[in-house]
Design a protein around this ligand. Structure first.
Ligand code: FES
Length: 144
């Protein structure tokens, strides 16, 4: 079996929503200390809905594919729904990632949450801190 699914290869070769949104309503940036990869997500938000989303990822192919898929999954969705997106759902939508690459999809989940948190903070919107707490990725907790 190939290491990467066709969907991963497709989103890696033709990533959707790459770029920057000038005057974004929320920006989230996360990095993985271990591999040094960085992901940045820009959100345009209208009436609590993600009207547009773009990303810049300086990272591995799985991180690029995960960002591309994750942005597709939250575009046009209400913030409440985007906040429920898990790295597991992103990996499943990509027809799976190799176990040692699952942490790459965690970056996408965290970058989106950070961008929404940034939007809440900028606008003084109250939020539930638990929503933005530590993610549960066994790999990262193992320090892998
Ligand atoms: Fe760093 Fe994939 S190896 S995000």
């Amino acid at each position: 079996m190939a290491l990467y699914s066709e969907k991963v290869m497709d989103h890696f070769r033709n990533p959707r929503n790459v770029g920057v949104i000038e005057n974004a309503d929320g920006v989230g940036e996360v990095g993985n200390a271990k591999c040094g990869d960085i992901m940045k997500i820009y959100l345009k938000i209208e009436n609590d809905v993600i009207a547009d989303v773009k990303f810049e990822t300086f990272g591995c192919g799985s991180a690029i594919a995960s960002s591309s898929m994750a942005t597709e999954m939250i575009k046009g969705k209400p913030l409440s729904e985007a906040l429920t997106l898990t790295n597991k759902a992103v990996a499943e939508a990509l027809d799976g990632l190799p176990a040692h690459k699952l942490h790459c999809s965690v970056l996408a989940e965290e970058a989106i949450k950070n961008a929404i948190l940034d939007y809440y903070k900028r606008n003084g919107i109250p939020y539930d801190e638990a929503t933005f707490g530590a993610h549960s990725c066994a790999h990262c907790e193992d320090g892998e």
